[in-house]
Every structure is written in structure tokens, then in C-alpha cells.
Design a binder for this molecule. Structure first.
Ligand code: GLV
Length: 323
């Protein structure tokens, strides 16, 4: 059979919601890895050899070896807004389109960042651990007192869609907003949020809570290092729902131990899924297993957006959300 009459082949490298698989079936023949663990390289490469499109998760590394195994590849559709797992330059060199899933996970991730702010400032992780420990307890006037967020300054590093959505939530909780971003946000949104744009050092030095909402790249690797942590107030809290390596995790453990900052709420880790053992011993830290976009609705929408990108590219049309 010639290529011209063979329907395109699509490889899905990890488990994704069923509606997205249905969408992919409209574009070609679908092969999907159906387990939660990362697809073994030999299985992946065997399937990639004859594939026109690959749907990937953030745990899949799309590098030269991946691309070498996939000579017919036309699109990598990543089911994530972050695409630091993909060598975009190598894809571009080979004419492979890369897409991500912006927008559809904005609310879920902003919700989770807000939840981490409340969990850390109100000591909710500690409270939960106390009950589960079975230890005796009783309501007490001075028991586990946290701090309110009202009138506190939230400093947002990376004021894209998620940062802006977090700012709206924080405003509803009575917080004031500062942000650090390469370019200023629109005057309209800045006015709505009463948000002040600061350079990073000033934001770190003056914020009660610092939330990382920037993409991970060489430019943001260890953006929050020992020096940055020392600039923060000693009662300030660091929230990271972006990518682990934006923070130097060893320096963070040291800052928390030494009391350079007051606490941290983390959804992502430098060497995910490993978590620095020092973090596990600290009470003033809330640790979540990368749940930013983990709602049924959001994951379904993300997978559907990736699937629709595949449909468009295989039909010879422009992708919806190319990176
Ligand atoms: C999740 O971390 C994403 O980048 O979508």
C-alpha cells in the first residue's frame, strides 16, 4: 500500500481521557500506551517508527533520540502547558510541529496555587497531620495560629494567564498584588488588579507571599536560589506551582531550616518525582504531588486540545496552539 492511501498513524505515549482518544480516531489509526508508568523506550521507539503524530505527557522526554525513532513524525502534541520536556529546536529543525495546552488549565492551576497559599498561611497541612497522627488535641486559644492573607502582598513571578488568574483570586481574599514579568500587563488588567510591576529583587524583598507562575527555561533555572531566598522576608512564604527547577531545592531547604523564610507550598520538585528529603522533615512546608491541573474537567480539556491539534496538523491545517 502506498503512503498516499494509508491513514495517518498516531501514537499516544501515555494514558489520556477517552474523549480525546475518540477525537484522535477521527484523524487516523491510534495506538495508545495504556498504563500509568512512563512508556518503556523500546516499546515507544517501535511504535514511533511508523507514526505521523505523537501525543506526549510532561513525563515524556522528546529529544533527538525520540525524533530519530520517528522519521515520519509531523506533530508532537504535548498534554501540558509547560513544554520543557521537549527539545523544541530539534523538532523545528526536522519540521515537526510542537503544540501545548494553554488556557484550559489556567483556572485549575490558579485554584491550586490559592489553596497552597491558604494551606501554608493557615497551617492546614500541620492540622491535618495532627488529626491523622491520633495525638490527643483540644481547641485552644493559641493552638496552631497562622496568619490571615488580608492586606498581605502577593508577589507573582510570571504574570501570564495563570499568574493573572491567581491575582484575581487573591484580590477576592483581600490581598494586594505585585508582579514581576518581562513585559507589563495591559493597563486595563493592571487597573483591575491594582497590580504593581516590580523588578525581581524588590518583589522578593517586599512580598509576604511569593508565587512562581513562570515557565521553566534556561533563563528561569534556579531563579529562586540562595541569594533570592535571602532577599525574602523571614516570615514570607514561597509557593511553586510552575516547575521544580525554577527553585534551587537544596537552597530552599537551607533557607527554611535557617529561618530565612517562613514557609513554602510546593506542587513541583526539582528532580520530580523525587522530593528533597530535607523538605519532608519540615512542618512549615506543604507538599503536593504535581496536582496543578488535576481535575477531571481540566485533564479532559487538555487532552482534547492536544487531540484537536493532531487533527488539524494531519489534515494539513495550522495547529490551534503551536508553541
Ligand atoms: C502542568 O504542569 C502543565 O504544564 O500543564
Amino acid at each position: 500500500m502506498s503512503d498516499a492511501i494509508t491513514s495517518p498513524r498516531i501514537v499516544v505515549c501515555g494514558r489520556i481521557p477517552a474523549p480525546a482518544i475518540d477525537t484522535l480516531h477521527t484523524a487516523g489509526e491510534v495506538w495508545a500506551w495504556d498504563r500509568d508508568e512512563v512508556i518503556p523506550t523500546d516499546v515507544r521507539d517501535w511504535e514511533l517508527a511508523t507514526t505521523d503524530a505523537a501525543v506526549t505527557l510532561l513525563t515524556d522526554r522528546v529529544d533527538a533520540a525520540f525524533l530519530d525513532a520517528a522519521p515520519r513524525l509531523r506533530i508532537v502534541a504535548n498534554v501540558a502547558v509547560g513544554y520543557n520536556n521537549i527539545d523544541v529546536a530539534a523538532c523545528r529543525e526536522r519540521g515537526v510541529v510542537v503544540t501545548n495546552t494553554p488556557g484550559v488549565l489556567t483556572d485549575a492551576t490558579a485554584d491550586l496555587a490559592m489553596a497552597l497559599i491558604l494551606m501554608t498561611t493557615r497551617r492546614l497541612g500541620e492540622g491535618e497531620r495532627l488529626i491523622r497522627s491520633g495525638s490527643a488535641w483540644q481547641w485552644g486559644m493559641f493552638m496552631m495560629l497562622g496568619t490571615g492573607v488580608q492586606q498581605r502582598r502577593l508577589g507573582i513571578v510570571g504574570m501570564g494567564g495563570i499568574g493573572t488568574a491567581l491575582a484575581r483570586r487573591a484580590r477576592a481574599f483581600g490581598m494586594t498584588i505585585a508582579y514581576h514579568n518581562r513585559s507589563p500587563i495591559s493597563a486595563e488588567v493592571a487597573g483591575e488588579l491594582d497590580a504593581e510591576r516590580l523588578d525581581l529583587d524588590e518583589l522578593l524583598a517586599t512580598s509576604d507571599i511569593v508565587s512562581l507562575n513562570c515557565p521553566y527555561s534556561e533563563a528561569t533555572h534556579h531563579l529562586i536560589d540562595g541569594r533570592a531566598l535571602r532577599m525574602m522576608r523571614d516570615d514570607a512564604v514561597l509557593i511553586n506551582t510552575a516547575r521544580g527547577p525554577v527553585v534551587d531545592e537544596a537552597a530552599l531547604v537551607n533557607a527554611l531550616r535557617e529561618g530565612f523564610i517562613g514557609g513554602a507550598g510546593l506542587d513541583v520538585y526539582e528532580n520530580e518525582p523525587e522530593v528533597h528529603p530535607g523538605l519532608l522533615t519540615l512542618d512549615n512546608v506543604v507538599l503536593l504531588p504535581h496536582l496543578g491541573s488535576a481535575t477531571v474537567e481540566t485533564r479532559t480539556a487538555m487532552a482534547q486540545l492536544a487531540a484537536h491539534n493532531v487533527v488539524e496538523v494531519l489534515a494539513g491545517r495550522a495547529p490551534i496552539s503551536a508553541v
